[in-house]
Design a protein around this ligand. Structure first.
Ligand SMILES: Nc1ncnc2c1ncn2[C@@H]1O[C@H](COP(=O)(O)OP(=O)(O)OP(=O)(O)O)[C@@H](O)[C@H]1O
Ligand SMILES: Nc1ncnc2c1ncn2[C@@H]1O[C@H](COP(=O)(O)OP(=O)(O)OP(=O)(O)O)[C@@H](O)[C@H]1O
Ligand SMILES: [Mg+2]
Ligand SMILES: [Mg+2]
Lengths: 267, 267
């Protein structure tokens, strides 16, 4: 069975997609079989792979609301060992459509089940909201990473995110854990950033031993530094490892992937 | 009658709120009477003013769905010449509640009308979506500023924003114009940034003379540089002019305000 990780933060523009694409690529380069699922109607994830969408290519939308869609047909190969399921703008309608169905929170999990066994790791790129799509991701996930900026405004809204995680862990998915805060676009030299990181660390320390889903959550190391190469790569349809494998952004995502490989598949 | 400007971009985390707060503060320091309206359920705008919300303080939510709420009671003083109407998380429910009513897109405009005459300028801080709240803002606005990053991913989604503006200008608000692209968190030395700015400028040039609502839209000068002071200020409940009036972020927002004063109120 694959490890399933949701990258979730209802705050927009923090680095969910950049992290899903580049962590996914890093894990694949480390030999893991990886599936990425784009749950954002803005469908930015595929920009990182330079794969032209065939007009007939089924999307996550078809998978969720279609009848008898073959999950394997939704899969697009991005790189060696790296597959993804693309999103489309129609996904914005799913919030309404799925809401009509009973047990709608399990739709994603059930739809992906037929192909899940082909992978070591599945990463779920969530939209900037805590609606039906994100709840589907949380229902399917083993773990949650929270990409965020070390900015004061980013601390607010964390509470709402944890409320949603708590709700899902109480009912739909008792095994759900928030295991990592993923610092994105990090500016090492900023005193403000350091103060915010200390505040995050202090909050995480208070959760230790509480038995809550984020008990034991850590700040993933290293923070992913702000590095314009990470913003440039998708404009060329490339992961950071294609575009600038020696740059700090590539190094940071690879380091995070290495640490997680040791944690999830200890040798 | 006041000039009404909506700061809109459905992409999250680009700088809508930072710009509304600091442009608002700049215009007030230039002697204009300014009202800021927070339309985002995440209610970040008030963080920039350090004003403690009284438990009994009515919000934009009450103004929109309440019965017979006195618009003047929703107003909170932020600084000399700078007032604001605060948001609350319940505003997230408005999308559903207002959608039941006929003529729901005019709700904001009508609710604010009794106090509008007290101001020279009203700025509307939009949420990261193109739903009912943003459409209410577009229906009330004379002009739209689009805060955005000079990143490749930011170019996508611009089309969807303009579609929504077009729809509102066709029916509800024929006077609506998109007059400015507001470059936020701008990194001057980035070649990628310059390439994206050139692309934005080229697209804007193509709209010239088309008669579309964004005919004549310009990139506002100067771009607002990335400056950590702008992220720090709200953690102290301060505008950038309180916190670091000499920093580049303050200078950039003040320059933009000066240019707009000359355009809107030519001496
Ligand atoms: N470490 C970094 N250094 C520089 N730019 C970055 C970095 N990480 C992300 N970016 C840029 O920041 C912007 C937002 O990133 P991204 O799209 O990954 O965020 P997101 O959380 O997925 O946004 P959304 O909420 O809209 O889905 C993009 O233009 C991206 O290229
Ligand atoms: N010029 C800048 N330099 C540095 N940081 C900035 C700048 N402008 C904005 N920020 C920071 O970037 C983050 C996002 O900014 P802001 O909240 O204003 O965006 P927004 O578009 O209003 O987001 P949302 O879509 O969630 O409403 C905040 O942490 C803010 O402090
Ligand atoms: Mg994204
Ligand atoms: Mg905002």
């Amino acid at each position: 069975l694959p490890k399933v990780v949701a990258l979730l933060n209802q705050k927009g523009g923090v680095g969910k997609t950049t992290s899903t694409a580049n962590l996914g690529a890093a894990f694949a380069r480390l030999g893991k079989r990886v599936l990425l699922i784009d749950l954002d109607p803005q469908s930015n994830l595929s920009m990182h792979f330079g794969v032209e969408a065939e007009p007939t290519q089924p999307s996550v939308y078809d998978l969720l609301v279609g009848d008898g869609i073959d999950a394997a047909s939704v899969i697009v190969k991005a790189r060696e060992g790296l597959d993804f399921m693309p999103a489309v703008t129609e996904l914005a309608l799913v919030e309404g459509e799925l809401a009509q169905q009973p047990d709608m929170q399990r739709t994603l999990e059930c739809a992906v089940a037929p192909v899940a066994g082909d992978y070591d790791l599945i990463l779920l790129d969530c939209p900037p909201s805590l609606g039906v799509l994100s709840v589907n991701a949380l229902t399917m996930a083993d773990e949650v990473f929270v990409p965020m900026l070390a900015h004061y405004l980013a601390l607010r809204g964390l509470e709402k995110l944890l409320e949603t995680v708590h709700m899902v862990s109480q009912g739909l998915n008792p095994r759900l854990r928030v295991t990592g805060v993923l610092l994105c676009q990090h500016e090492q030299q900023s005193l403000h950033g350091r103060a915010v990181v200390d505040e995050i660390a202090a909050q995480l320390a208070r959760y230790e031993g509480t038995g809550l889903p984020w008990d034991g959550c850590a700040i993933l190391q290293p923070p992913v530094r702000r590095n314009i190469k990470l913003a440039e790569a998708p404009s060329f349809g490339q992961t950071i490892f294609d575009y600038a494998p020696q740059c700090p952004g590539a190094g940071d995502y690879m380091q995070i992937a290495l640490h997680q490989v040791e944690r999830w598949w200890p040798s």
